[in-house]
Design a protein around this ligand. Structure first.
Ligand code: G6P
Length: 333
């Protein structure tokens, strides 16, 4: 069997000298960047941060040798992302683009581009493009891990195998649509709800909440579930359902602990769960099971979050593809 080879097609020289990475993005792309940061740090062992483009423009440009920027933008035309990268480009920092649109302004600005190649996305709220961005950043992290020898061959093989399973895992998650629809209709009745997770699923929670508010117009917030005690606890009541993203392995016990704390405050507790479900009995008011895994897990969880927002929005008779006040691509300040 040939050894597995991860290739994004970019010139390896761009990242060969990178000692730190900074992902720059807006909206859903920022949440993809947060998930990408998780992969880049865990697998390629490169210190990485994800920043909101408009905020980067407010920061002073410091002398940071070895820093490489990665612009993440579905359209490649978001003004805040472009302006932030123009700002750092003037200082000579190398820039890699991750975008869905060949020939976009972002590709013209960047030194190298990886196209996510998921086809045009029609709906204003980003869905398949998030999955494409996260998958692309995962492959980039694996390519760097391979080049830097930060993961051993069996682990690379296992993750490659997982990536090959991705289409099947997404099909399976779509197969949960009916159960997710039942949960969504319950969530749609609440004026405020919370999505919660830990580790990589803090980003999953942020994105699920963004999707939910974008297309249902109901108020939803995402939090790292350990942060609940630092403020959001005050908001909990029987009228504020909480949806937890519960992983199969590391971190599960802590998430379960957070769920118990929420249930004790009389809020309804729902779970999108990977792995076993017996330990949820007595804690949750409902759960839907999705596939686990280091790469496919966050993608399956994210798709479940998208389906919750979709079914809640349909139930509320919202315009799912064209939500009010929003634009597919924001090319103004
Ligand atoms: C707009 C869209 C969002 C998108 C964001 C960033 O706000 O409504 O869905 O996530 O722009 O867009 P980009 O094209 O840069 O990924």
């Amino acid at each position: 069997v040939d050894p597995v080879q991860f290739e994004t097609g970019i010139d390896a020289a761009l990242l060969a000298g990178a000692t730190r990475l900074r992902l720059v993005a807006c909206g859903t792309s920022y949440h993809a960047a947060l998930m990408g940061r998780h992969f880049l740090e865990h697998w390629a062992r490169i210190p990485t941060e994800a920043v909101i483009a408009s905020e980067l423009r407010e920061r002073p440009l410091l002398d940071e040798p070895g820093l490489t920027y990665i612009g993440v933008s579905q359209s490649g035309e978001t003004l805040d992302t472009l302006e932030a990268l123009r700002h750092v480009h003037k200082q000579g920092f190398p820039i890699l683009a991750v975008t869905n649109v060949q020939g976009s302004s972002l590709t013209r600005l960047a030194d190298e581009t990886i196209l996510t190649r998921v086809g045009p996305e029609v709906g204003v709220a980003a869905t398949k493009t998030l999955l494409g961005q996260v998958t692309t950043l995962a492959i980039l992290a694996l390519e760097l891990a391979q080049a830097r020898k930060t993961l051993d061959e069996p682990t690379l093989e296992r993750l490659a195998h997982e990536l090959r399973r991705l289409p099947r895992v997404l099909e399976e998650t779509l197969g949960r649509e009916q159960e997710l629809g039942v949960m969504a209709r319950q969530l749609a009745q609440a004026e405020d709800l919370f999505f919660l997770g830990r580790g990589v699923h803090v980003a999953t929670a942020y994105e699920a909440a963004l999707k939910f508010k974008e297309i249902t117009y109901n108020h939803a917030e995402g939090f790292g579930s350990a942060e609940l005690k630092h403020g959001p606890f005050a908001l909990l009541s029987p009228e504020t359902p909480c949806v937890f993203f519960v992983p199969a392995g590391e971190g599960r016990q802590k998430v379960l602990g957070n769920m118990v704390e929420v249930a004790a405050r009389n809020a309804k507790v729902y779970a999108i769960v990977q792995g076993e479900t017996a330990d949820l009995e007595g804690i949750v008011d409902g759960y839907v099971k999705v596939a686990g895994g280091d790469v496919v897990g966050p993608l399956a969880m994210s798709l479940a979050g998208q389906l919750l927002a979709y079914h809640a929005a349909v139930g509320l008779d919202r315009s799912v593809d064209m939500p009010r006040n929003l634009a597919k691509s924001v090319t103004v300040e």
